[in-house]
Design a protein around this ligand. Structure first.
Ligand code: F6P
Length: 319
């Protein structure tokens, strides 16, 4: 094998640049030529590829976003899209591909491998919703960004004795809410994986108020309902002076944390090793701090599991 390529696809995540850097540097270290594909699978189909040198990835490890750019490109689900992509890869003499993204991107990598072109997936998404890995690249940074917002909102919540509903991202996964909520000392964490009872939440808020704590922080995962909807619901049951704060895309930006940069570096380097071993159709992840690889089809079929013990802990600590 002489030449590999790397792309980032789907929603961007802090640490994607560090992962691209790791693929490029490890590839060159191993004597390979490495190409960067711009705009994910859309750029692949359009032949938007460029050879990367060591210097091309310099000064990027600390930056959020993806300098290769990204795109959501559902068209790659079609046979036509996949065949065009492979045609471009062949035209550039590429032997194998690293795909950094979420489950949509993994479907693309799986399809290419099924068509005989080795591709490996790296989990790049703030949502932490990929099975076979404890953490995805970008999750830690997004949690820290959400946490910073929670801390700030707590200041104003306590000044005004208000109840704040802080809506965080995560699509159908509650991990950002769970981790940022625990770290931010939330009074309640609402996630799609666990049923909630609005009456119990109201009761808890009232018990705390009776104890003298007049403000409350509720961290809500977007996959449950919107923050404003939840606030309106809550206000039906009491005078909580609720405010909803939707954190939105700020969670996707910013400099990646140490944890995300190190994770991205480890996963990127491992992907190159696997390709050098002639392997494809795999998703690289981290489990109990060990880098692991799983069959990408199995990863797509399994649902990532929430840490239910952590959720229980959050309830015990927010009495
Ligand atoms: O998958 C990452 C994510 O930020 C989700 O948390 C969110 O639901 C979605 O992407 C937002 O997508 P877009 O940036 O396309 O609006």
């Amino acid at each position: 094998m002489k030449r590999i390529a790397v792309l980032t696809s789907g929603g961007d995540a802090p640490g994607m640049n560090a992962a691209v850097r790791a693929v490029v540097r490890k590839g060159i270290y191993e004597g390979l030529e490495v190409y960067g594909v711009k705009y994910g699978f859309r750029g692949l189909v359009n032949g938007d590829l460029k050879k990367m040198e060591l210097g091309d990835v310099g000064d990027y490890i600390q930056r959020g976003g993806t300098f290769l750019h990204s795109a959501r490109y559902p068209e790659f689900a079609s046979e036509e899209g996949q065949l065009k992509g492979i045609e471009q890869l062949k035209k550039f003499g590429i032997d194998a591909l690293v795909v950094i993204g979420g489950d949509g991107s993994y479907h693309g990598a799986e399809a290419l491998t099924k068509r005989g072109f080795n591709a490996i997936g790296l989990p790049g998404t703030i949502d932490n919703d990929i099975s076979g890995t404890d953490f995805t690249i970008g999750f830690d940074t997004a949690c820290n960004t959400a946490l910073d917002a929670i801390d700030r909102i707590r200041d104003t919540a306590s000044s005004h004795d208000r109840t704040f509903i802080i809506e965080v991202m995560g699509r159908n996964c509650g991990d950002i809410a769970l981790y940022a909520g625990i770290a931010g000392g939330a009074d309640a964490i609402i996630v799609p994986e666990e049923k909630f009872d609005i009456h119990k939440i109201v009761e808890q808020l009232n018990v705390r108020r009776a104890r003298g704590k007049a403000h409350s922080i509720i961290v809500l995962a977007e996959g449950v309902m919107s923050g404003p909807e939840f606030a309106a619901e809550l206000d039906k049951y009491g005078d909580f002076d609720s405010r909803a704060s939707v954190l939105g895309h700020i969670q996707r930006g910013g400099n990646p944390t140490t944890a995300d940069r190190v994770l991205a570096s480890r996963l990127g380097a491992r992907a190159v090793e696997l390709l050098l071993e002639g392997k494809g159709g795999l998703a690289v992840g981290i489990v109990a701090n060990q880098i692991v690889e799983n069959d990408i089809t199995a990863v797509l079929q399994n649902k990532s599991e929430m840490d239910h013990r952590l959720f229980e802990l959050s309830k015990e600590l927010s009495i």
